[in-house]
Ligand binder design. Structure first.
Ligand code: ATP
Ligand code: MG
Length: 208
């Protein structure tokens, strides 16, 4: 990840990526253009203590799919920082670590509207806001004025720096993709082809 030492504006795209899908990739691309980022670091979570464990593939597998998804792009890089760290994943720890690894850069943490509305329940939100600019995208048709109100609230309460991004409403989620696999339906175009083949070969999500 030497190339990241040259990047002045690093996008951080965190997620469980169970599995990674076209929505994540398009969001990263969108953010890069919108904020003039040099590139995006994709960061699959280790243990997501806030998510249902039953449906969760191990970190190593979600990492493998994320690597496949970004393999054809120099400015998209996959990090194993959270998966390797083990234990619960706390975003503030990740951002602290990235700050130290890439002191030359400004970090932009990319997230969808659902996460902007839950971020106060994450561990130590004030430490998250301290180390990054948030780049928040609309999702599931949430109106921009609701997002704008949340932005103002968080900026006042935490001195956060938040940029809002109008993003086309894509009804794509990992939950839906897992359901489709369970029902034997196609996930073509919802995930990159190498990821689709990997899921198929490993029989992931077939028995919900
Ligand atoms: P799940 O259904 O398992 O929660 P997900 O599709 O929400 O999966 P996550 O890995 O939970 O994917 O999300 C990672 C990040 O990507 C979050 O910030 C989420 O808001 C954002 N995101 C995922 N899908 C979209 C989408 N279609 N539009 C906008 N943001 C999205
Ligand atoms: Mg989600």
């Amino acid at each position: 990840m030497e190339e990241l030492l040259k990047w002045k504006k690093i996008g951080v795209m965190g997620g469980t990526f169970n599995p990674i899908h076209t929505g994540h990739l398009l969001l990263a691309q969108w953010a890069m253009e919108e904020a003039g980022l040099n590139g995006i670091l994709f960061m699959p979570t280790g243990n997501s203590y806030m998510k249902d464990k039953g449906e969760m593939l191990p970190g190593s597998e979600r990492l493998a799919m994320t690597r496949l998804a970004v393999a054809d792009r120099d400015c998209f890089v996959c990090s194993d920082l959270e998966v390797r760290r083990g234990g619960n994943t706390y975003t503030y720890e990740t951002l602290d670590a990235l700050r130290n690894m890439y002191p030359q850069a400004c970090l932009y943490f990319i997230l969808g509207a659902d996460c902007l509305f839950s971020i106060e329940n994450w561990y130590c939100p004030e430490k998250i806001f301290r180390n990054c600019v948030l780049l928040a995208a609309s999702r599931d048709g949430m109106p921009m004025d609701k997002l704008e109100a949340k932005r103002q609230e968080l900026e006042e309460r935490y001195d956060a720096r938040i940029l809002l991004m109008a993003f086309p409403n894509l009804e794509i989620s990992s939950t839906d993709i897992r359901h489709r696999c369970g029902e034997g339906r196609s996930i073509r175009y919802l995930v990159p082809d190498p990821v689709r083949e990997y899921i198929f070969q490993n029989h992931y999500y077939e028995n919900p």
